[in-house]
Design a protein around this ligand. Sequence first.
Ligand SMILES: [Zn+2]
Length: 218
Amino acid sequence: MDVETTGLDGERDRIIEIFMLSLGKNGEVAQYETLINPQRPLPEEITQITGLTDAELKDAPVEAAVAPEIREFIGLGTPVGHNLPFDLRFLNAMFRRNNLLELGEGGIDTLTISRQLFPKLAIYPGGGGSHRLSNLMYHFGLQDAYANAHRAREDVMLLVEVFRHLQDYAAGSRAFNYPDALIYGCPTCGSAMHVTEDNGGSVLVCKNQPSCQVRLVV
Ligand SMILES: [Zn+2]
């Protein structure tokens, strides 16, 4: 699942878009998607991040109209999200306002999994930060097929692929053979490395430069 919101405050801000993809044990796939009219103007920075505008949201359903079907879609499923507590805060606040059963704290947070598997994951050009969904997209080489568009559907499609790659890595797949510094950071100071290109090859440069000058050709 992924939600786009009017801001960062789970109680005061509102969901403006949600996309959920349900993957069943036997391969059944279902999806749910809607825009939601937040009944307030969008902050300019939200329009910049998501590309969504007041005009696009004014004819969307209000949350009271869709909250019951969102709750029903989730049902007893296990929520999966990148920084899942963020999504759950907004969803549960919406469910409370609409007298619906809240979700528990259970679920699978790919951000937490990424931090555990790749403690100091190197930061790729355009990645934004070690454990950002966009950085995991570059790390797993998904950037040609996916985008971290900050729109719910695109981000969920990317999330599904990232989650599969995290699972494969955690299962010890031989397909992954990363240099230690890419996953555990600078061997001298422990900071994450930046991935840079140099003469057609990849070079890891310590994020802690100039005080740490470690550069590794990988
Ligand atoms: Zn260093």
